[in-house]
Design a protein around this ligand. Structure first.
Ligand code: NAD
Ligand code: LMR
Length: 339
């Protein structure tokens, strides 16, 4: 089952009946930034996931309370809350998967790159901890600007001599979710049937939905293609503006983060044909060392990076147009760690 669905996260939560469902999990997952806007609902969704046995919430403060609250939910995963630098080691040791939504969100008028000055340092310091205490864990980076924070993470791991490109992911699942939702609404087709890859990066024009590959394929005019592409590229800004100073997407991101985490765990469990889009170390596009495309997940993280498939002339042009910005963001991240 390669398509993203309302997986057990949604399905089991709706049918929270007995305990039988909750006997399978054996995976330890940490959420760094676990007391935040994304961290809290993401942790709730992970607590509902039967594949997770140990859930650890880490933040600068507030996690003991959030974890205590969550621990009363009658599903099998145990929940621990950790706060502050001194507890990072305990948080990370033995983790199979570490999810990072730590950092500040945008306010109206800001780009994701405007978050670099604060978030780059946060991601760097958390990654130094991961390099030391959990170098084999899969790492899902949500903190923006993703186009730079993933290269930062890679560089920290490299410096420590533990970089395994198969285990590091920038989470772009929210772009895929938006693409599906907006396409279904505009083209009047049931959202559950839509499959639509999104490639590139996670900011503005670097987000590129491949509408030429959408399934089911409806008759789209050029206007439809242009309007959908732009709305998907600006989906984050749409939420930032609607929240009017109170942050960015949290609930939709929590769901997207939970779906991507589940896909990673299914890969670890040896499930076949788990395929998701993610921003990873890649040579799919010449000269761009990090790029989002479909990747196949397995017991060691990325099994295979899948190609882009055939692009339309519109998509080819958009791919050319994003290259400079994406490469600049990547270089900025790498330089931040190198200097
Ligand atoms: P938030 O401010 O509500 O929560 C962030 C949390 O991170 C806070 O609880 C804060 O205390 C914590 N934090 C800060 N520094 C930390 C550190 N050193 N260690 C541990 N925790 C730390 O913000 P939010 O709305 O949850 O967004 C978090 C990040 O996710 C932002 O950078 C935002 O831009 C990004 N985001 C990414 C996507 C995506 O698609 N990848 C989507 C939405 C948001
Ligand atoms: C999103 O796409 O919602 C996130 O990257 C948050 C943002 O700043 O837009």
């Amino acid at each position: 089952e390669s398509r993203m669905r309302a997986c057990s996260v949604g399905g089991d939560a709706a049918g929270l009946q007995g305990q039988q469902l909750w006997a399978r999990g054996k995976r330890t997952v940490a959420v760094l930034g676990g007391a935040g806007g994304i961290g809290q609902p993401l942790s709730l969704l992970l607590k509902l996931n039967p594949l997770v046995s140990d859930l650890r919430l880490y933040d600068v403060a507030g996690t003991p309370g959030v974890a205590c609250d969550l621990s009363h939910v009658n599903t099998q995963a145990t929940v621990e809350g950790y706060a502050g630098d001194a507890e990072l080691e305990k948080t990370l040791k033995g983790c199979d998967l570490i999810i990072i939504p730590a950092g500040v969100p945008r306010k109206p008028g800001m780009t994701r790159d405007d978050l670099f000055n604060i978030n780059a340092g946060i991601v760097k310091s958390l990654m130094i901890g991961i390099a030391k205490h959990a170098p084999k864990a899969l790492v899902n980076i949500i903190s923006n600007p993703v186009n730079s924070t993933v290269p930062i993470a890679a560089e920290v791991l490299k410096k420590a001599g533990v970089f395994d490109p198969r285990r590091l992911f920038g989470v772009t699942t929210l772009d895929v979710m938006r693409a599906r939702t907006f396409y279904a609404a505009r083209m009047k087709t049931p959202v559950k049937d839509v499959d639509l890859p999104v490639i590139g990066g996670h900011a503005g024009i670097t987000i590129l939905p491949l509408l030429s590959q959408v399934k089911p394929k409806k008759n789209m005019t050029e206007k439809d293609i242009d309007a959908l592409t732009k709305r998907i590229q600006d989906g984050g800004t749409e939420v930032v503006q609607a929240k009017a100073g109170k942050g960015s997407a949290t609930l939709s991101m929590a769901f997207a983060g939970a779906l991507f985490a589940e896909a990673c765990i299914k890969g670890l469990e040896g499930e076949k044909n788990v395929v998701e889009c993610a921003y990873v170390k890649s040579d799919v596009v010449k000269g761009i060392p990090f790029f989002s495309s479909k990747v196949q997940l397995g017991p060691n993280g990325i099994e295979k990076i899948l190609g882009l498939g055939e692009l339309s002339a519109y998509e080819q042009k958009a791919l050319e147009a994003m290259k400079k910005e994406l490469l600049n963001s990547i270089t900025k991240g790498i330089d931040f760690v190198k200097k």
